[in-house]
Ligand binder design. Structure first.
Ligand code: PEP
Ligand code: MG
Length: 784
């Protein structure tokens, strides 16, 4: 049964046309279930009825014609009850309605199941039989399973169909929905960035330009060879010679005499470079996999890896060659933070990602750049949207393809309002962030997600509360050197010479991966992430910390923050390493100054070595070890605050991860995005407890998750007693405005009420009401 089921679902998703897919499916089900009729009805929510789309058994003429109201007949009943209906004699059922045109007089038994996707009934799948009998439990189980599996494919197919119709008729605005990822509106042309580096997905194509294809391949080989050299010399200190030998194998394979020659031969036959690569690699893999010896069989995966690396470099060239429009909305299967960073200065207007959710790092980065984004827009055929005109509504998560003039004007008006609000808050952004009754809270900047560091001094932020160091590690082929990091961090520290700059040590893993340090895990957010990686690799941690300390010399505004702390051992070990790096640097500085003093004094001999050393020690004693703090984002810390407070200088809550881990909702999974909510009463209670405990243990606390950037979130955090809140630059002036227009007493009253509520929905509606009452309603939409 399982194979039949798989086959039917597979056949369904492989059909290009929805109508053909439905017709093929009903026939297959009828045959598999040895029954007399199978039909599928699709819901039309505008018309409030089910339309008979395909049937093998009912009159062909009724297909696409017969409609059954949502509250009519057995089909309507299945939809209303959202469960299967198994009836031996349908015609006798009180809800049966006679539709003569379908010619079902001979059928008695009826089994119908709803097809439900994301809690919405998409249609009804029904089988009928002449014999008057109940269908068996197995029949029921089969149909329910099939309907559940078809649901996703059907949702996809419906949207594909919608777009196809649009292609054919070239008329009408089409609307797609996703998750509102970053507020704002973008009007412009879509640019599709195709997923990279899947050899199996390369379509086999020929090209007339053989020399060009050969050149592309040779350039990709050269680039890959250089990457291997860099990687093997980088790793030579940490891995043994046997493991390093793999790079030699790869390099040999790349030689012209081996794989390279074969690809060149295929190109000479007229194949495009990527097609030729696929043909050769697949041939090699099949040969290796056929060998009995396990050593050789394993080499197949090396070949695949090598092929993928070559393909990445080939496709990067193609991507580079593809001309970007002056302004565009980026659309990709999985928009990553690195991609946003890559395109941010090239006319990027907004982002549409088929996967991900509103707390994916790509969405966070979009918010920090003030770019609208929609995440988790399911079921789009990427290529169909390339170069289409669109309106992206990042407030509601709606995407309009080929908008008409009226819609464009409506959105242009909204854009002008949005701009007026920005101008209004920016005009007073420099004023201190104090409530009307005199309570101050510091508003700081989250930075680092974008490739270059940009700061607009007009935003009015008092330093950096979170500098994410990951992105500079991402757009590269190997880890950045200590020197490179020092330079970068120094630049960042110099932006706020009079304020603290909190730099977080590398927090990769989860949805942030490094191309040269692949991590493959079933559950990346519960896996090797943040401090877990860097403590396992002290060489990476020490280099980074040393770079931060070096950058801090003479500025002394650095604070170091550790991500993903789940217990005190991690803190102890990190602090031990930070102290080690600090001691090393101090010793290095003393030696350098001593040498300098001695060489200067050699001329007149006025200093003895001992005097020089003493002087050098006095100078290096001025080196200040920065404060060290931790992120509170793994729920275990809620119960260890006393022990943690003894070890660190400050806390900063990462509400993005704290929400994810408290609610057990992957922040990157669009399927469960509706369950991810930082305003969930459990999250708010945890945040309140963290603030109270840090006050009790006399340790400063701030919050740097996305919650701080939401007006209602900032009000609650103020009332809870957070000393600082840190957020993206776009929201700094807005949040300052909000705080300056309320009193602390009002915030406390709001918090007291919120802490009595039991659902996130109640919290949201109460907070929205309060914002309206305070005259801050305009920020509800804009703050998102
Ligand atoms: C957080 O988890 O809230 C946070 C600020 O860090 P990140 O979003 O980078 O995980
Ligand atoms: Mg985090």
């Amino acid at each position: 049964m399982l194979t039949t089921l798989r086959r039917i679902v597979l056949e369904f998703s492989q059909e290009a046309e929805l109508q053909n897919a439905l017709e093929r499916m009903v026939s297959s089900v009828k045959k598999a279930m040895k029954t007399d009729c199978c039909s599928i009805y699709l819901a039309d929510y505008h018309q409030q009825h089910f339309l008979l789309m395909a049937s093998d058994g009912l009159a062909k003429t009724s297909q696409g014609q017969t409609c059954i109201g949502f509250s009519e007949g057995l089909v309507g009943l299945v939809g209303q009850r959202e469960e299967p209906l198994n009836i031996a004699d349908a015609q006798q059922h009180q809800d049966f309605i006679h539709a003569p045109e379908v010619e079902e007089e001979d059928f008695n038994a009826f089994l119908g199941t709803p097809i439900i996707h994301q809690r919405k009934v998409l249609g009804i799948l029904a089988i009928q039989q002449k014999e008057s009998r109940h269908f068996t439990e197995n029949d029921e189980a089969f149909l329910v399973t099939l309907s559940a599996q078809l649901a996703g494919a059907l949702a996809n197919a419906e949207i594909k169909n919608l777009l196809n119709q649009q292609e054919e008729h070239n008329q009408g605005v089409k609307q797609l929905h996703g998750i509102a990822g970053a507020p704002g509106i973008a009007l412009g042309q879509i640019f599709v960035c195709q997923p990279q580096a899947d050899l199996a997905a390369v379509s086999l194509k020929k090209s007339n330009d053989r020399p060009k294809q050969l050149l592309r391949f040779e350039q990709a080989v050269e680039k890959t060879r250089l990457e291997f050299n860099a990687l093997s010399s980088k790793l030579s200190e940490t891995i043994d010679d046997d493991s390093l030998a793999i790079f030699d194998v790869y390099k040999q394979l790349l030689e012209h005499a081996n794989l390279g020659q074969e690809v060149a031969a295929k190109i000479a036959q007229g194949w495009r470079a990527d097609s030729a690569l696929r043909l050769v690699i697949e041939h090699y893999i099949s040969q290796f996999e056929a060998i009995e010896d396990s050593y050789f069989r394993e080499r197949a995966s090396d070949i695949r890896d090598l092929g993928t690396r070559l393909l990445i470099n080939l496709q990067q060239q193609a991507q580079e060659e593809q001309l970007l429009p002056n302004e565009f909305i980026l659309l990709a299967q999985d928009v990553s933070a690195a991609m946003v960073a890559q395109y941010q200065h090239q006319g990027l207007l907004g982002i549409i990602s088929l996967s991900g959710s509103n707390n994916s790092h790509a969405a966070i980065l979009a918010r920090s750049l003030g770019l609208p984004a929609i995440m988790g827009v399911n079921a789009i055929v990427l290529s169909q949207l390339h170069q289409q005109q669109a309106i992206l509504d990042g407030y509601s998560g709606e995407l309009f393809i080929k908008p008409d003039e009226t819609l464009i004007q409506e959105y242009q008006y909204l854009l002008s309002q949005e701009k007026a609000l920005t101008d209004k808050v920016m005009a007073v952004a420099h004023l201190p962030c104090i409530t009307q009754d005199g309570r101050a809270i510091e508003v700081l900047l989250n930075a680092g997600l974008s490739a270059g560091f940009e700061h607009n001094a007009q935003l009015g932020a008092l330093g950096i509360g979170l500098y994410r160091t990951e992105i500079p590690f991402m757009n590269r082929h190997c880890f950045p050197s200590e020197q490179e990091q020092t330079k970068l961090y120094r630049k960042v520290l110099q932006v706020f010479p009079k304020h603290s700059v909190t730099m977080r040590t590398l927090d990769v893993g989860g949805d942030k991966s490094l191309p040269y340090f692949p991590i493959n895990e079933e559950n990346p957010f519960l896996g090797w992430r943040g401090i877990r990686i860097t403590l396992d690799h002290p060489e990476i941690f020490l280099v980074q910390v040393r770079a931060m300390l070096r950058a801090n010399q003479g500025l002394n505004n650095l604070e170091i923050m550790l991500p993903m702390i789940s217990g005190v051992e991690e803190v102890d070990e990190s602090i031990r390493l930070i102290n080690q790096a600090f001691a090393e640097l101090k010793a290095e500085l003393t030696t350098a100054i001593t040498t300098e003093l001695m060489s200067a004094s050699n001329a007149d001999g006025h200093l003895s070595l001992q005097q020089a050393q003493l002087k050098a020690q006095a100078v290096s004693a001025q080196l200040v070890r920065p404060k060290v703090g931790i992120m509170l984002e793994v729920p275990s810390v809620i119960f260890q605050m006393e022990a943690l407070a003894k070890r660190v200088d400050f806390f900063s809550v990462g509400s993005n991860d704290l929400t994810q881990y408290l609610l057990a909702v992957d922040r990157n999974n669009s399927q469960v995005a509706n369950l991810y909510d930082a305003f969930h009463p459990a999250v708010l209670t945890a945040l309140n407890s963290l603030a109270q405990q840090s006050a009790q243990y006399l340790t400063p606390i701030s919050l740097c998750g996305e919650l701080a950037a939401q007006p209602a979130g900032a009000i609650l955090l103020l009332a809870m007693g957070y000393d600082k809140i840190s957020m993206n630059g776009h929201n700094v002036p807005r949040i300052k405005w909000v705080i300056r227009h309320i009193t602390f007493t009002q915030a406390e009253t709001i918090l007291a009420k919120v802490l009595t509520l039991t659902t996130a929905k109640q919290v949201h509606s109460y907070l929205n009401e309060q914002l309206e009452a305070l005259g801050l309603g305009v920020f509800i939409h804009a703050g998102g």
